[in-house]
Each structure stands twice: as C-alpha cells, then as structure tokens.
Design a protein around this ligand. Sequence first.
Ligand SMILES: [Fe+2]
Ligand SMILES: [Fe+2]
Length: 250
Amino acid sequence: MYNKEDLLFWTGIMRDHANFQVDTLAPKEHAFIEKSTYFMELFKQFNLEIQNSDSIKKTYPKLLNGLKCFIDYKRGILANQLQCTIAINLPPNNINHQIIEANQFMMLLTTPAPKHMDANMKTMMYTEQLKQWISDTAFHASLLSAVLDPVEEMQIQQAMGFKMNLQKLYIKASEVQIMLMHTGLADGALLQLSNESILMMTEFILFCEKIKELRQACKILAQGTFTPLVPDHFIREQQHWIEKIKENIK
Ligand SMILES: [Fe+2]
Ligand SMILES: [Fe+2]
C-alpha cells in the first residue's frame, strides 16, 4: 500500500528520469526529445495534483496509464540503445535502472496489501527489497564515478569505494537472505544488515550532498549534462530507501 508521500516521491522520480533523457538526447533525436518532454510535464502535473489534493481517486487512472506508457517508452529507448540506433548520452544501464524503478512504482500502485503473510514470507519480501535498495545505491555510486572528469580522481575514487562496499553489502544481503530462509529466523542478522545498510546509505548521502554543492558552485569538473539534479535525485532515493528500512525494522 502507498501513502501520499510515496506518490509524491515516485512521481518526482519519474519526472526526473524524463528530465535526464531530455538533457542527454542529441538534438537530432527530435521525436524522442518531444516524447521525453511530454513525460516530464506529465509527471510534473501528477506531482502537483497529488500535492494539492486529499484523494488520489481522480488522478489514479491517469497516473496508472501514464506510468504504463512511460515504461513502454523507456523500453523502446533501451531497445534502441542495444541496437545503437539512438544518440543519447546515457548508458543503457541507466535506462535499464530507470525501468526497474518505474516497475517498482507500478508494483506499489497495483499490488494490494496481502491479507495474510507469514513471518518468513514477510522477511523474504523485505530482504528482496533491501537487496534492490542496496543495488540501486551501488549503481548511483558507479554512475557518479563515470560522469566526473578524470581530473577529479579523488572524488572518483571515493565514489568507486562506495560502489565496492555496497556491492559487498549486496553479497552479504543475498547470503543472509538464504540463511533466514533456511532457518525461518527474522532477527539478529537481519537487523544488523539493515543497520549497516542505513549507515552506508547515510554516508553516501553526505557524499552526494558534497558533490551537489560543488557542482552547483561549478567547482567540480564533469560531463556537461551532469547537473545538480542528478545527486539531488540520488539523495531523495537513498532517503526514501532509509525510511522504508526503518519502517521494516521498527
Ligand atoms: Fe532514479
Ligand atoms: Fe536509483
């Protein structure tokens, strides 16, 4: 189930994804620029509607349809990228990542809260989500290391450090998930893993804040399409994942 904050978060994330496409498509890709701009405005509009209303009833069908179309559109971009038939300054992995997040939003909108779920199933579902959130943060670190100018070696190495540690944490999460499945336990190791995830994501947020500040002041060299919105987007996602982890362990 979702609440108003979830919807505001996700519509903002979808708006940003379209914005990143607009910022990075080559000028010759008129049709894609037009379509990405359309989705950017559409999700901006949904975000505003949700902000200004107490009920999602009126927005829900439009939102669901808009999200379906946006997922299809992202799939189309990815297919073009894999066949080298589109000029966009985002790697395929980035668009793939955008599709994963859009699917997460779709799941949230369409999956009803299960009536009954035993403790073990609950633990498995949570560890699966936790792995996804860790993997997402690792991807952000990897992306940061790739968009900075090679002269920014210090920040690149820091980003790589986060990526490597998060990947190690992901391996730990996968192993712990199997141990919990075999034993039916849901405490101890899982709480420790959750706290480690919160700590690592919090440290990465601080790093993203520093990068955002430097980029805003034009004090860090990077690809021209690397705007402060990128680290800002990462910060909001990591904060959201931390909130969700806290909800699961309280
Ligand atoms: Fe995202
Ligand atoms: Fe992400």
